[in-house]
Design a binder for this molecule. Structure first.
Ligand code: CP
Ligand code: NVA
Length: 301
């Protein structure tokens, strides 16, 4: 039987995603109540990391341990993947030994190729193009704070990057409208724009995009792998900082999210990220609960 994968949000239906968010909320309550729940006893998650991580690594590893299973951290520096062993061969071998594989890498195509040859579920834990796991946590956080996100207005400010692309897919699946304000030349991928057209509006002016928003989201100006573009990007993106002036045009009860790590004084001011509208700490914690719901969905449902 072909396993279910989670390479982008579009691999799951709206219904499945909504149920997953509800399950994440339940799993959070169970953990807070100290309930022991070990549905993945003796199961193993392989975690391939070709980029750095704090939240993703710890949430997947802690989640597997809490579920009674375990996780193996595989850095490309120490595995044969890093020495050029074909992805297809690595996928066949690894998936014969573990129960699921999580991958953080550069080219999105690598995860697609790996999943095509894997006999177990493959989870995208960030590529240059998408970061679907983060969206599960973001959607859980919104629902916990404000209820359903269906019909709401969400505003993306900054780079048309992997997070922006996953927000575009989320707009489609969770039924909200996404205003996207980027500098010229930093728009999201045209193919993803075409596929999500009905649920997004591309804009240039951050104030216009933030007007009447229920949720404002931003991310770093230079993602992992773009370090050498940092100084050029810093000047282009200056007008796209999320600060209290920008927050003031959104709805009064608008929330602020950022996947972290953040750079205070660049894409977000300290007063916003550390202020009352920011839910970034819940958002980060929810990576744990949302991914446990995802593992349960992929491995036992
Ligand atoms: N938000 C996120 O994916 O964080 P890490 O890079 O620390 O995993
Ligand atoms: N856009 C960022 C997200 C980090 C979690 C990056 O790819 O580096």
């Amino acid at each position: 039987m072909t396993p279910r994968h989670f390479v982008t949000l579009l691999d799951l239906s709206s219904d499945e995603l909504e149920r997953l968010v509800q399950r994440a909320i339940e799993l959070q309550k169970m953990r807070r109540a100290g309930e022991i729940y070990e549905p993945l006893k003796n199961r193993v998650l392989g975690m391939i990391f070709e980029k750095s991580s704090t939240r993703t690594r710890v949430s997947f590893e802690a989640g597997m341990t809490q579920f009674g299973g375990s996780a193996i951290f595989l850095s490309s520096r120490d595995t044969q993947l890093g020495r050029g062993e074909p992805i297809e061969d690595s996928a066949r071998v690894l998936s014969s030994m573990v129960d699921a594989v999580m991958i953080r890498t550069f080219e999105h195509e690598m995860v697609e190729r790996f999943s095509a040859y894997s006999s177990v579920p493959v989870i995208n834990a960030l590529t240059d193009d998408f970061h679907p796991c983060q969206l599960l946590a973001d959607m859980q956080t919104y629902v916990e704070q404000r209820g359903s996100i269906r019909g709401k207005t969400v505003t993306w400010i900054g780079d048309g990057n992997n997070m922006c692309h996953s927000y575009m897919n989320a707009a489609l699946r969770f039924g909200f409208h996404l205003n996207i304000a980027t500098p010229e030349g930093y728009e999201p991928n045209p193919k993803i724009v075409a596929a999500t057209r009905s649920h997004i509006t591309l804009m240039r002016d951050p104030k216009e995009a933030a007007s009447a928003a229920d949720l404002i989201v931003t991310d770093v100006w230079a993602s992992m792998g773009q370090e050498e573009e940092s100084s050029a990007r810093n000047s282009v993106f200056q007008p796209y900082q999320v600060n209290s002036q920008l927050m003031s045009v959104a709805n009064q009860d608008a929330l602020f999210m950022h996947c972290l790590p953040a750079h205070r004084g660049e894409e977000v001011s300290a007063e916003v990220i550390d202020g009352p509208q920011s839910v970034v700490w819940d958002e980060a914690e929810n990576r744990l609960h949302a991914q446990k719901a995802l593992l349960e969905f992929l491995l036992i449902s």
